[in-house]
Design a protein around this ligand. Structure first.
Ligand code: HEC
Ligand code: HEC
Ligand code: HEC
Ligand code: HEC
Ligand code: HEC
Ligand code: HEC
Ligand code: HEC
Ligand code: HEC
Ligand code: HEC
Ligand code: HEC
Ligand code: HEC
Length: 416
C-alpha cells in the first residue's frame, strides 16, 4: 500500500473507532470501562491482518491473556511505548518493544553477549529477547511450555543453530549443533529422562543465558581456559584427576598446546567413554598432537588392529590412561618401568619384564634411541636387498640361458 493511502486509511479507521467507542459509552454506561488493550485489538485481533510490508500484525488475544505479562494485565503500550491509545492512528513503523522499562538488568547483560553485539552490528539473525522468550506468549521458565524451560532449550537455540538453511545462509559457527548435541551422551540423557532431572547439561548449562559469549572471548564460560572448570562443575572426580596429569598441569599454566576436555571429547558430540566410536576416534585426537607416536603406533600390531575399528587391542589410553597421563619417567605413570608390566598384564596375563621391554613406539629410523631396532631394521633391509639381488641375477641368467636353448633348438644344434 502507498504510505499516504495507508495514513488515510488509518485516519479513517481511527475516526470510526472513536465513533464506535463513543456510541458504546453512550449506550451502555453500566458496563466496566473497556481495557485500553481492546482499542489496539480492534485492529490487531484479526489474525489474518497484514501490514504494508506484508508482515502479519495479528495478536493472539487468548495467548496474550495467559502470558506472564497478560496475566498481570499489562498494557500493550507498556512494551510498545512509542504508541498511545490517545494518539491513534499510530505511525506505520514503530520502535522495537521496550523491555528495558522493567527488565533493565537483563537488557544490559544481553547487550554484552555475542548475540547482542552481533545484533548491534546489524546481524539480523542474531537472537533477540523475542527469539528466546517469544513476544505475546512469554511464560516463566519454570512453566513446562515456556521456550526457556530446560526441556525446550535444545529446540529454542536449535531454531537457528539447528536450521541447516539458516546455518548456511548466515554462516553460523559450528554447523548443526542441535543435532550434534541431540545425539551426544548429554542430549540422550536430557531427552530420555526429561530434562534437568537427568543432571546432564543442555545448551545453557554450559554457555549461560544472558552471558553467552563467543569461544574466542577470554571471559566466555566456554573459552579454553575455563572449559576444565565448566565441565568439572559436574565431573568433579575427573576434573581433580585431570588436574594432576601432565596435560592438566600444563593447561592450568595456560599452555594452549596442551589439551582440555573438548580436545579429546569434543564439545557437542560427546560419546559414552566405552563406545567403540569414541575409543577409536580419540586415538586420532591424541595423534593430532603426538604425530610421531601415532605413526610408530600405527606400525605396531595394536595400531593396525585399531585402525580397522576394533578395540580389543591396546589404544593409546589403554597404556597411558586418560585423565592421569604422566611422562614415563614419573613412577606413577602407567608406562613407567615400575608399572609397565602391570599395564601389559591387563591384556597379556603372562607378560613379564622381558615382554614389557618391547617398545610400542620403537622407531627404526632413530639410531640414537633405538639402536637395536635400528640395526635390526638395517640388517633386514640389506637381507631383503640381498635376496632380491640374488634372485634378480639368478632369474636374468636363467632367462639368458633359456634364450640360448631356444635358439639352439631352432638351429638344430644340440642343447645341453
Ligand atoms: C486503526 C487500526 C489500528 C489500531 C487501533 C492500532 N493499530 Fe497498530 N497497526 C495498524 C496497522 C494497519 C499496522 C501496520 C502498519 C504497516 O505495516 O504499514 C499496525 C502496526 C502495528 C505494530 C507493528 C509496527 C511495526 O513497526 O511493524 C505494532 C507494534 C502496533 N501496530 C501496535 C499497536 C498498539 C500497541 C496499538 C494500541 C495502542 C495499536 N497498534 C492500535 C493498525 C492499528
Ligand atoms: C511484553 C511486552 C509486549 C506486550 C505487553 C505487547 N507486545 Fe506486541 N510485541 C512485543 C514484541 C517483543 C514484538 C516483536 C517485535 C518487536 O520487538 O517490536 C511485538 C510485536 C507486535 C506487533 C507486530 C507483529 C508481530 O507480532 O511481530 C504487533 C502488531 C503488536 N506487537 C501488537 C501488540 C498489541 C496489540 C498488544 C496488546 C494486546 C501488544 N502488542 C502487547 C512485545 C509486547
Ligand atoms: C539466547 C537466548 C536468550 C536471549 C536472547 C534472552 N534471554 Fe532471557 N532468558 C533466557 C533463558 C534460557 C532464561 C532462563 C534462565 C534460567 O532458567 O535460569 C532467561 C531468563 C530471563 C528472565 C528471568 C529472570 C532471569 O534473569 O533469569 C527475564 C526477565 C529475561 N530472561 C528477560 C530477557 C530480556 C528482556 C531479554 C532481551 C534483552 C532476554 N531475556 C534475552 C534466554 C534468553
Ligand atoms: C511493564 C513492565 C514490563 C515490561 C515492559 C516487560 N516485562 Fe517482562 N515481566 C515483568 C514482570 C513484573 C514480570 C514478572 C516477574 C516475576 O513474577 O518474577 C515479568 C516476567 C517476564 C519473564 C518471565 C521471567 C521468569 O520468571 O521466568 C520474561 C522472560 C520476561 N518478563 C521477558 C520480557 C521481555 C522479553 C520483555 C520485552 C519484550 C518484557 N518482559 C517486558 C514486567 C515487564
Ligand atoms: C557440555 C557443554 C556444552 C553443551 C551442552 C553445549 N555446548 Fe556449545 N560449546 C561448548 C564448548 C566448550 C564450546 C567451545 C568449543 C571449542 O572451543 O572448540 C562450544 C561451542 C559452541 C558454539 C561455537 C561453535 C564453533 O565451532 O565456533 C556454538 C554456536 C554453540 N556451542 C552452541 C551450542 C548450542 C546451540 C547448544 C545446544 C544445542 C550447545 N552449544 C550445547 C560446550 C557446550
Ligand atoms: C535467532 C537465531 C539464534 C538463536 C535462537 C540463538 N542463536 Fe546463538 N547465534 C546466532 C548468531 C547469528 C550467532 C553469530 C553471531 C556472530 O556473528 O558473532 C550466534 C552465536 C552464538 C554463539 C557464539 C559462537 C562462537 O563464535 O563461539 C554461541 C555460543 C551461541 N550462539 C549459543 C546460543 C545458545 C546457547 C542459544 C539458545 C539459548 C542460541 N545461541 C540461540 C543466532 C541465534
Ligand atoms: C587426553 C584426552 C582426554 C582429555 C583431555 C579428557 N579426557 Fe575424558 N576421557 C578420555 C578417554 C580416553 C576416556 C575413556 C577412558 C576409558 O575408557 O577408561 C575418557 C573418559 C571420560 C569420562 C567417563 C569415564 C569416567 O572416568 O568417568 C568422563 C566423564 C570424562 N572423560 C570427562 C572429561 C572431562 C570433564 C575432562 C576435562 C576436565 C576430560 N574428560 C578430559 C580422554 C580425555
Ligand atoms: C550439568 C552437568 C554436566 C556438565 C556441565 C557436563 N556434563 Fe558430562 N555428563 C553429565 C551427566 C549427568 C552425564 C551422564 C552420566 C552417566 O551416564 O552416568 C554425563 C556424561 C558425560 C560423559 C560420558 C560418561 C561415561 O560414563 O561414558 C562424558 C565423556 C562427559 N559427560 C564429558 C563432559 C564434558 C567434556 C563436558 C564439558 C564440555 C561435560 N561433560 C559437561 C553431566 C554434565
Ligand atoms: C602398548 C602400550 C602403548 C600404546 C598402545 C601407546 N603407548 Fe605411548 N608409550 C608407551 C610406553 C611404554 C612409553 C615409554 C617410552 C617407550 O618405552 O617407548 C610410551 C611413550 C609415549 C610418549 C612419550 C614420548 C616418548 O617417545 O617417550 C608419548 C607422547 C606417547 N607414548 C603417546 C602415545 C600415543 C599418542 C599413543 C596412541 C597413538 C600411544 N602412546 C600408544 C606405551 C604405549
Ligand atoms: C591438544 C594437544 C594434545 C592432545 C589432544 C593430547 N596431548 Fe599428550 N601432550 C600434549 C602436550 C603439549 C604435552 C607436553 C609436551 C610433550 O611432552 O610433548 C603432552 C604430553 C603427553 C605425554 C607425556 C610425554 C612425555 O614427555 O613423556 C604423554 C604420554 C601423552 N601426552 C599422551 C597423550 C595421549 C595418550 C593422548 C590421547 C588420549 C594425548 N596425549 C592427547 C598435547 C596433547
Ligand atoms: C587393552 C589390551 C592390551 C594392552 C593393555 C596391551 N596389549 Fe598387546 N595386544 C593386545 C591384543 C588383544 C593383541 C593381539 C594378540 C594377542 O591376543 O595376544 C596384542 C598384541 C601384542 C603384540 C604382538 C603379538 C604378536 O603376536 O605379534 C605385542 C608385541 C604386544 N601386544 C605388546 C604389548 C606390550 C609390550 C604391552 C604393554 C606395554 C601391551 N601389549 C599392552 C592387547 C593389549
Amino acid at each position: 500500500m502507498h504510505p499516504p493511502a495507508l495514513k488515510r486509511l488509518l485516519r479513517v479507521l481511527g475516526a470510526a473507532l472513536f465513533v464506535t467507542a463513543a456510541n458504546v459509552a453512550a449506550a451502555a454506561p453500566e458496563k466496566p470501562a473497556a481495557s485500553p488493550n481492546d482499542t489496539c485489538l480492534m485492529c490487531h485481533a484479526d489474525m489474518a491482518a497484514k501490514g504494508s510490508t506484508g508482515k502479519a500484525i495479528g495478536v493472539d488475544k487468548a495467548k496474550f491473556a495467559t502470558s506472564v505479562h497478560g496475566q498481570m494485565q499489562f498494557k500493550c503500550t507498556d512494551c510498545h511505548s512509542d504508541v498511545s491509545i490517545d494518539k491513534l492512528p499510530h505511525e506505520p513503523k514503530l520502535k522495537p518493544a521496550n523491555c528495558a522499562a522493567c527488565h533493565e538488568d537483563q537488557v544490559k547483560l544481553y547487550q554484552a553477549t555475542v548475540h547482542g553485539k552481533a545484533k548491534a552490528k546489524g546481524n539480523s539473525v542474531a537472537a533477540t529477547c523475542g527469539d528466546c522468550h517469544g513476544t505475546h506468549d512469554i511464560l516463566k521458565s519454570n512453566n513446562s511450555a515456556s521456550r526457556t524451560n530446560f526441556a525446550n532449550i535444545e529446540s529454542t537455540c536449535g531454531a537457528c543453530h539447528g536450521n541447516d538453511a539458516l546455518i548456511a545462509k548466515a554462516n553460523l559457527p559450528g554447523g548443526n549443533i542441535r543435532s550434534q548435541y541431540h545425539d551426544s551422551v548429554h542430549g540422550q540423557k536430557t531427552n530420555a529422562k526429561g530434562g534437568a532431572a537427568s543432571g546432564a547439561p543442555t545448551c545453557t548449562s554450559c554457555h549461560g543465558t544472558h552471558n553467552i559469549l563467543a569461544k574466542a572471548d577470554p571471559k566466555s564460560r566456554t573459552a579454553h581456559d575455563h572449559i576444565m572448570d565448566m565441565c568439572g562443575g559436574c565431573h568433579q572426580r575427573v576434573r581433580s584427576n585431570f588436574g594432576h596429569s601432565l596435560h592438566g598441569q600444563l593447561r592450568q599454566t595456560g599452555m594452549s598446546a596442551a589439551p582440555d576436555c573438548v580436545d579429546c571429547h569434543s564439545p557437542h558430540r560427546i560419546q559414552p567413554h566405552n563406545a567403540t566410536r569414541f575409543q577409536v576416534q580419540v586415538i586420532n585426537e591424541c595423534g593430532n598432537c603426538h604425530k610421531e607416536q601415532i605413526e610408530t603406533y600405527r606400525d605396531t600390531f595394536h595400531g593396525q588392529v585399531t585402525q580397522l575399528g576394533f578395540t580389543r587391542v591396546a589404544t593409546c589410553a589403554s597404556c597411558h590412561g586418560s585423565h592421569e597421563i604422566l611422562p614415563a619417567s614419573m613412577p606413577a605413570s602407567m608406562v613407567s618401568p615400575e608399572n609397565r608390566v602391570t599395564t601389559c598384564r591387563q591384556c597379556h596375563p603372562n607378560a613379564n619384564a622381558n615382554f614389557a621391554m618391547y617398545s610400542p613406539h620403537g622407531n627404526a629410523h632413530d639410531r640414537e634411541r633405538w639402536p637395536l631396532l635400528y640395526w635390526t631394521k638395517k640388517f633386514m633391509d640389506w637381507l631383503l636387498i640381498g635376496v632380491f639381488a640374488f634372485f634378480g641375477i639368478h632369474t636374468t641368467l636363467w632367462f639368458v640361458r633359456s634364450l640360448r636353448v631356444v635358439r639352439a633348438r631352432r638351429a638344430g644344434r644340440p642343447t645341453d
